[in-house]
Design a protein around this ligand. Structure first.
Ligand code: F6P
Length: 321
């Protein structure tokens, strides 16, 4: 394979730049030309394609965001959009495409591969960690560290007022960010969609904490389990607990990627390029039990997300005392 392309799609994630760098360098090492597609699938349809240069990737891997930019494109998922994408790839003689993104991006990649015979490899890039075929997605580790660091700041001010702090984090329908950041940040209660807890029960826990002298509790709520503001209103209406909401928002998605995310990005980028060089396509790469793996894209998008119930239960035990 002489020329490959790489794009980033969906929500950006820290580590995407490290992954683009890996695809560029490992591809170059194998004698390939590496082209970048700007603004994800949207840019692919519009023909926003150019060579990746050393300057583009040098001194960028420590930065969040993506030098290739990203977008969410509904037009791409139409027959017309797919056909345009294929014609752009053909016009640029791009023989293989690396897609760095989340499950929506993978579904697009799977279609490109299955219906149009495009050589595609998917690399999991999302802070949500909601792709069950891989233990970790690029960006998740950075996001949970971002959240954990904010928990301590919020705890400082909550403690000064004997308040309960509720912190809403991202993750779409997945509770992994709330769970891992919550365990790392010693949360007293973690509300996630995978372990639905009625809000009266959650309120009782906060009231009980107060009665046993624990005047400050930190609650992590995954966006898929409800909004921090709604939860606070409920607790205020049903108890005398003083409670304040913080929605962390995009602060958790930006910033310098952690070492783990950079290394993961480097390894996954390399495997993606090696597969293409070997004439293999239609795969999603990932990490399972510390091994770099590849599974068919169609299987990857079908695997349900896995939730670490043991870790959740461990936090419940630790929050008791
Ligand atoms: O998928 C990543 C993610 O950050 C989700 O956690 C969140 O729900 C969503 O993207 C936010 O999307 P947008 O950037 O379009 O606001």
């Amino acid at each position: 394979m002489k020329r490959i392309g790489v794009l980033t799609s969906g929500g950006d994630t820290p580590g995407m730049n490290a992954c683009i760098r890996s695809v560029f360098k490992t591809g170059t090492d194998l004698g390939m030309q590496v082209m970048g597609v700007y603004h994800g699938y949207k840019g692919l349809i519009e023909g926003r394609v150019d060579y990746i240069t050393h300057d583009m990737v040098e001194n960028k891997m420590h930065k969040g965001g993506t030098v290739l930019r990203t977008a969410r494109s509904s037009a791409f998922l139409t027959e017309e959009g797919m056909q345009k994408a294929v014609s752009v790839l053909n016009a640029y003689d791009i023989e293989g495409l690396v897609v760095i993104g989340g499950d929506g991006s993978f579904r697009g990649a799977a279609q490109l591969s299955e219906k149009y015979g495009v050589n595609v490899i998917g690399i999991p890039g999302t802070i949500d960690n909601d792709m069950g075929y891989t233990d970790f997605t690029i960006g998740f580790d950075t996001a949970i560290n971002n959240v954990m660091n904010e928990i301590y700041k919020i705890r400082d001010t909550m403690r000064a007022h004997d308040r309960v702090g509720v912190i809403e984090v991202m993750g779409r329908l997945c509770g992994d960010i709330a769970l891992w950041a919550g365990v790392g940040g010693a949360a007293d209660l973690i509300l996630v969609p995978e372990r639905p807890m009625p809000w009266d029960e959650a309120t009782n826990i906060l009231v009980a904490n107060k009665l046993r002298g624990k005047l400050t509790s930190i609650v992590l709520i995954a966006e898929g389990a409800g909004s921090a503001e709604d939860f606070c209103e409920y607790v205020r209406a049903h108890s005398d607990v003083e409670i304040k909401a913080t929605v962390l928002g995009y602060i958790q998605r930006g910033g310098n990627p952690s070492a783990f995310d950079r290394v993961l990005a480097a390894k996954l980028g390399q495997r993606a390029v090696e597969l293409l060089a070997d004439g293999q396509s239609g795969f999603a790469v990932g990490i399972k039990h510390n091994d770099i793996i590849n599974v068919p894209l169609l299987d990857a998008v079908k695997v349900n997300d896995t939730f670490d119930d043991k870790l959740y239960d461990l936090n419940t035990i630790m929050a008791k005392f």
